[in-house]
Design a protein around this ligand. Structure first.
Ligand code: FAD
Length: 405
């Protein structure tokens, strides 16, 4: 027998976070964050007090030890509340990459960064992308060479979320760098993960992008010039960083899907309210099939995505807790979530904006923030759509069908 219900604890958690969001993140606040380009410190502190930050890290390390289904509940509610998706982005980057860092790091990194990130006093993010391209992780040029008991890193990372937050709050990034020459035909090997604090000597923010959306979290780039880090800052085994990077991406992608579910639910709610009120030709426009059928199609597809997302989160929990599924088995479902979610959410925002006519195109309407924010996941943040397709294709057809080999 299959039971699709959430536990009582999960339902209580959803009510608590929903209540917190209603109180702390009204639409006026989201507009203010979007205009000012920052997430207020008290919001982060409040999330820390609620145990929401890096909530996936285990209790024995100071986290909440939330499983991935529970994390998706938080993601969905945050996505619903912050239509600009800036706050959900910051939250999910920390919840997915903070989890990986915490899982494989030394006690020193935990002390210097993760324990602070739980309280909103530090930021932990991912810095993998380089100017040569983000999809081809194995082609990255950043290097780390051994230096006595530590390492020296050189290279440049670009299109990185949260560079200004990391500078302001403290904390740093999971950075992937080449530590050994790649064996023939296996360029993904020979890379290692490191924790690189943003205040380390030799780290310099050299890019600040003005994005089209999710304005309250920064996107930038930084140089690493002879950055010395102790071996304690190494994350996981030497030359195995690629696998940790894939683990982080997988976890992030599930949360992205859940954020998109929440964000799209909000667009439908705002849209439905409008089409019940707005009259044309003597009746509410929600009576016209042209609008009502689009709403029904959107809702049906969103429910399908929601089921896939929570099922995939459950599979991820079974992978970690019971070894019931392998990373590759879960990976294709995760790729499907990341492939579908941003594009569906984007379409739902677009539809709801069009129902609203001219009003939908103004900044008086909150939906334009969602359209701009979700686009970041359509273009490729945490992995481009075609890369999700290659993951699914590889699992369906076999490794010999990997297009880039
Ligand atoms: C707002 C935002 C925030 C970001 N934050 C971070 C961050 O915090 N940390 C970080 O490391 N990165 C971050 N990124 C970068 C993101 O990870 C990359 O954009 C992504 O990996 C794609 O890399 P790229 O942009 O260089 O595109 P490319 O890899 O150059 O790809 C360009 C296009 O080619 C397609 N393509 C590539 N390979 C194939 C293939 N084999 N088959 C078919 N099509 C292919 C892609 O689908 C894409 O459409 C962020 C990006 C954005 C937009």
């Amino acid at each position: 027998m299959i039971d699709f219900s959430f536990t009582e604890e999960q339902e209580l958690f959803r009510s608590a976070i929903r209540e917190w969001c209603q109180k702390n993140l009204p639409l006026e606040k989201i507009r203010e964050m979007d205009s000012k380009g920052e997430i207020p410190r008290e919001i982060l502190k409040g999330m820390g007090d609620m145990g929401l930050l890096v909530m996936t890290a285990p209790q024995e390390h100071g986290g909440t030890g939330a499983d991935w289904v529970t994390a998706c509940i938080a993601a969905e509610e945050l996505g619903y509340a912050d239509v600009s998706i800036a706050l959900p982005v910051l939250w999910l980057v920390e919840s997915s990459w903070g989890f990986v860092v915490d899982r494989y790091c030394s006690e020193r990194v935990r002390e210097e960064c993760i324990r602070k990130a739980f309280k909103g006093d530090a930021f932990i993010g991912i810095a993998s992308t380089e100017s040569g391209g983000g999809s081809d992780v194995a082609a990255f040029k950043s290097t780390a060479r051994r230096d006595g008991n530590g390492w020296v890193l050189n290279g440049e990372k670009i299109y990185i979320s949260g560079t200004e937050e990391a500078k302001k709050l403290g904390g740093g990034y999971f950075v992937i760098a080449r530590t050994s020459p790649a064996p023939e035909g296996a360029s993904h090997r020979g890379m290692t993960g490191f924790y690189v604090p943003m205040n380390a000597e030799g780290v310099e923010i050299n890019k600040r992008f003005e994005d089209m959306g999710r304005m309250a979290i920064s996107t930038g780039g930084f140089m690493m010039q002879n950055v010395k880090v102790p071996d304690d800052y190494r994350i996981g085994e030497v030359d195995k960083g690629f696998y940790l990077t894939m683990e982080g991406f997988d976890n992030a992608r599930i949360l992205i899907a859940a954020v998109c579910v929440g964000a799209a639910r909000r667009a439908l709610d705002i849209g439905m309210e409008y089409i019940k009120e707005r009259k044309a030709f003597g009746r509410p426009i929600g009576k016209f099939e042209g609008i009502q059928f689009e709403l029904a199609d959107d809702w049906a597809q969103l429910e399908a995505l929601k089921s896939l997302t929570y099922r995939t989160a459950w599979m991820n929990d079974m992978k970690y807790k019971q070894g019931k599924f392998s990373a590759l088995e879960v990976g294709r479902y995760i790729a499907a979530c990341k492939l579908i979610a941003p594009h569906l959410a984007f379409d739902i925002y677009k539809h709801a904006m069009i129902w609203m006519g001219a009003y939908g195109y103004t900044k008086e309407c909150p939906l334009e923030m969602g359209l701009r924010g979700i686009m970041s996941y359509c273009v490729g943040a945490e992995g481009a759509s075609n890369i999700q397709r290659t993951v699914i294709g590889r699992e369906l057809l076999g490794k010999e069908y990997i297009p880039y080999k």
